[in-house]
Write a protein that binds this ligand. Structure first.
Ligand SMILES: Nc1ncnc2c1ncn2[C@@H]1O[C@H](COP(=O)(O)OP(=O)(O)OP(=O)(O)O)[C@@H](O)[C@H]1O
Length: 362
């Protein structure tokens, strides 16, 4: 006769490769039912976008196969995104589980292109995703998603985010004149406007809110990054930027402010020649990866330099929408899964810290 204890202690040997904890103590095993020799339970993963989801499922099946006497095994696999919440986020955005800031050392490295396609890739895994375009200097998210200026409405004194390809979108660009003026304001005023965008928007339940921050390491991106209760930042860079050490300046800035860095994405890494189909690393190979290792930061992946990405962005039809199964889209998907995995890790750390903080307040 199989027992629940036996099942749980066997499953306790399965370790989440990212979180380095066993899946039972993480609460990932739910609704265990044993009927004679028939076993049934649910495996609740920490995000639908984790790159290790298949591996965890295989490890679970392999562990269960070791228990003799089980004649029928029925496994349901679901995913519930972990909350990467700080206490301040509880007050500001109670329905948003994780906020991911996208930053860059300078403009034009493809930060917005990456933000848009990252958001779309996460949404394609089944997660609920919002996109906040906080790039006051050049709010280009509406353009990249092919949205008009009047896409947002106000209902009950709350902004209703515009919807595009399953994303909830809010952009400074929807208020073009204000955005134009905003570019001449100083940090505290912009920070006030951004806070209003965050708090006065009816985001509804979101697993991930991606925030496209202004580029650079100046006063405005810094103030904005501190205004938002961010779970973590991803830094977008290019091989040329790596060579000039600008990305390093960006990490240093966030680290000084104690804003967790989820990792580095290298954009325009290589070019795939249409004739020979091999990868050409025009500006040098794996520069951002090596730089990440030097600074002890996770490397989240590389995106090729490709005219299709540019045309998609510039014509309002991102590649993740027009050709989701293409090699280009897959490159964004790999990055999105790595971001989701890092986010689960930070969420797990934050939840420990919050528990400790609440305990000391008692
Ligand atoms: N991987 C890529 N391959 C080809 N073109 C790209 C790629 N990534 C971005 N681009 C193009 O480079 C230009 C700049 O990209 P984008 O607007 O995303 O940069 P950005 O870092 O957000 O700039 P800024 O912060 O100054 O607004 C755009 O024309 C975009 O289509």
């Amino acid at each position: 006769m199989v027992t629940v204890d036996q099942v749980l202690s066997t499953l306790g040997t399965v370790i989440d490769p990212d979180l380095k904890k066993d899946i039972v103590s993480m609460g990932m095993i739910k609704d265990v039912e044993i009927n004679g020799n028939d076993l049934k339970f649910t495996l609740e993963l920490t995000t639908p976008a984790c790159p290790f989801n298949d591996q965890i499922e295989q490890d679970v099946r392999a562990a269960i196969a070791k228990i003799k006497d089980i004649s029928k095994f029925d496994l349901k696999v679901t995913a519930k995104v972990m909350e990467g919440r700080s206490l301040s986020m509880d007050e500001m955005l109670p329905t948003v589980k994780n906020i991911i800031g996208v930053a860059s050392g300078k403009g034009g490295v493809g930060k917005t292109t990456v933000s848009v396609n990252l958001a779309l890739a996460l949404a394609q895994t089944g997660a609920k995703v919002g996109l906040l375009d906080a790039d006051i200097y050049g709010p280009s998210v509406p353009l990249m998603l092919g949205m008009g200026k009047s896409a947002m409405e106000v209902d009950n004194n709350k902004l209703q985010p515009a919807e595009s390809h399953g994303l909830k979108v809010v952009s400074f660009g929807f208020f073009a004149d204000q955005a134009h003026q905003a570019a001449i304001y100083r940090g505290p005023i912009i920070s006030g406007i951004l806070k209003q965008f965050l708090v006065d928007t009816n985001w509804s339940d979101l697993d991930y809110l991606i925030v496209d921050l202004p580029p650079g390491t100046g006063d405005i991106p810094l103030t904005l990054a501190q205004t938002i209760p961010i779970t973590g930042i991803v830094v977008v860079t290019t091989p040329q930027e790596v060579a000039s050490n600008i990305a390093v300046k960006a990490f240093g800035m966030f680290q000084k402010l104690n804003i967790p860095i989820m990792g580095v994405i290298e954009n325009m890494s290589y070019f795939v020649c249409p004739n020979c189909t091999s990868k050409h690393y025009i500006f040098g190979k794996e520069g951002a990866k090596k730089m990440s290792e030097t600074h002890n930061l996770p490397f989240l992946g590389e995106i090729p330099l490709n005219p299709g990405i540019m045309e998609g962005s510039d014509s309002g039809k991102p590649v993740l929408v027009t050709d989701p199964n293409s090699v280009l889209s897959q490159a964004f998907m790999v990055v999105a899964k790595n971001v989701a995995a890092r986010c689960s890790m930070l969420a797990s750390q934050l939840s420990e810290e919050m528990k400790a903080e609440v305990a000391t307040q008692k």
